[in-house]
Write a protein of this length. Structure first.
Length: 97
């Protein structure tokens, strides 16, 4: 099961996120999403667990729990909604320079 974890402390590492969920079972992956320009955490991440029962237990216990002074938001990850098509843009004008 893929789990969304929000409101993460900005200084949390992938390993610390993994350790928090490992108390409930086997964690396949734990990834904090980083801003591609600044390299800083965006404050959310995803954890993948094989066993759905263990994942549900982790969600139940960790949702709204405190981690480094922040209340976590933990729930089953939902597929990203399709982005609407962008209207056709007019062609770019060529520069005079």
């Amino acid at each position: 099961m893929n789990i969304y974890v929000g409101n993460l402390p900005y200084n949390l590492t992938d390993e610390e996120l993994r350790a928090a969920f490992a108390a409930f079972g086997n964690v396949n992956s734990a990834k904090i999403i980083m801003d591609k320009y600044s390299g800083r955490s965006k404050g959310f991440g995803f954890v993948e667990m094989d066993n759905d029962a263990e994942a549900e237990e982790a969600i139940k216990k960790l949702d709204n729990s405190d981690m480094k002074g922040r209340n976590l938001r933990v729930n089953q990850a939902k597929p990203r909604a399709d982005r609407p098509d962008r209207p056709d843009r007019p062609p770019r004008r060529e520069s005079k320079y």
